[in-house]
Design a protein around this ligand. Structure first.
Ligand SMILES: Cc1ncc(C[n+]2csc(CCOP(=O)(O)OP(=O)(O)O)c2C)c(N)n1
Length: 335
């Protein structure tokens, strides 16, 4: 086997250090615990607007974003289920708590809800329920990077429902023709709100759509964080080397309703039980322990540390005042 072929056969995760594998765990656990705090705040009516969880999908969000390279100024267009990806890019729990509570000290200073905020320096835009519309936008960023010979790769997230839109089709076609440094990850979580995937597309597997656009396709277990990392790292490396677009289908499941207000009664209970048994956080804990990367005591200590950090962040967010009504129009319209 040639050296190049040998390198290709090694899964990218094999190159991750113990510290990196533990760091991935931190992001998974942080996402899970932060969302649990948000649910409590929502039930206390302290969250303004809806709360959209990623329960069951944390592995897809974290594993994919972890494959990006900050030194290349990679960027993500997240979906509402990708809080974990935003935190990998550098978004903080404090910011997210402040945003969800629409407080004065939040990144949008109470002008927008949920985690609808962007930071181009850290490489993320707000997850604004784009349903595919951010693909053409990110194609523009990728095209500019390609023309300037910058190494940036753009990672665009969307749901299965979003992959049925015109924006997705046009965006995929343009990215494919221009061989843009774009990776599209479709989080196939079984439902677009209450519509099961089988009732909104005729393909058996979303990855099959890659064939029609003439791009690479990878189907991956979205609840296996390291498998998602591998798939995304391969796609990102290919895109950075000029090899064009990859469509990744991450097969996962939304364990909660579309948002906290949705009781998910349209999903059979057995399906929820089946997928709950594949919890990505628990699976990764078992992997770390079984492969002697970390023991239970270390994982418990990490969870405790995260909880303490969240205690402070929640207290801080609660103490932040609501925005001053007089300031409502500041920075909304151009002067
Ligand atoms: C153009 C448009 N139509 C409808 C909506 C309302 N909406 C927000 S999310 C959503 C379902 C999206 O399903 P999917 O793409 O599968 O992502 P998931 O919520 O399952 O993660 C809908 C209909 C929207 N945001 N934009």
């Amino acid at each position: 086997m040639s050296a190049a072929a040998e390198t290709l056969s090694v899964a990218p995760q094999a190159m991750l250090s113990r510290e990196q594998k533990v760091e991935i765990y931190r992001y998974l656990k942080l996402t899970r615990l932060l969302e649990e705090r948000l649910v409590n705040l929502y039930r206390q009516t302290k969250v303004i607007g809806g709360l959209y969880r990623s329960l069951g999908q944390e592995g897809t969000a974290v594993g994919s974003a972890y494959a990006l390279d900050k030194s290349c100024n990679d960027m993500i267009a997240p979906l509402i289920r990708d809080m974990g990806a935003m935190m990998v890019m550098g978004a903080t729990p404090r910011e997210m708590l402040l945003q969800y509570m629409a407080k004065r000290d939040s990144p949008t200073r109470g002008r927008d809800l949920q985690i609808h905020y962007a930071d181009l320096k850290r490489g993320f835009v707000g997850p604004i329920s784009h349903l595919g519309d951010m693909l053409p936008v990110f194609n523009g960023i990728a095209l500019a990077s390609q023309m300037r010979k910058e190494p940036r790769v753009c990672l665009v997230y969307m749901g299965d429902g979003a992959s049925s839109t015109g924006a997705f089709a046009e965006g995929m076609n343009f990215a494919a023709v221009k061989k843009l440094p774009v990776v599209v990850i479709v989080e196939n979580n079984g439902y677009a709100y209450s519509t099961p995937t089988s009732r909104q597309m005729a393909v058996e597997q979303i990855v099959d759509k890659a064939i029609g656009f003439g791009v690479n396709g990878i189907r991956v277990d979205g609840n296996d964080v390291l498998a998602v990392y591998d798939a995304t790292k391969r796609a990102v490396d290919l895109a950075r080397a000029g090899g064009g677009v990859t469509l990744i289908e991450a097969v996962t499941f939304r364990i909660k309703g579309h948002a906290e207000h949705d009781d998910q009664k349209y999903v059979p209970k057995e399906l929820i039980a089946e997928w709950s048994a594949r919890d990505p956080v628990v699976r990764y804990e078992n992997y770390l322990i079984d492969s002697s990367i970390a023991d239970r005591a270390e994982l418990d200590a990490i969870a405790k540390e995260i909880s303490a950090h969240l205690d402070d962040a929640v207290a801080d967010a609660e103490a932040s005042p609501m925005p001053d009504p007089e300031s409502a129009l500041e920075d909304v319209y151009a002067k």
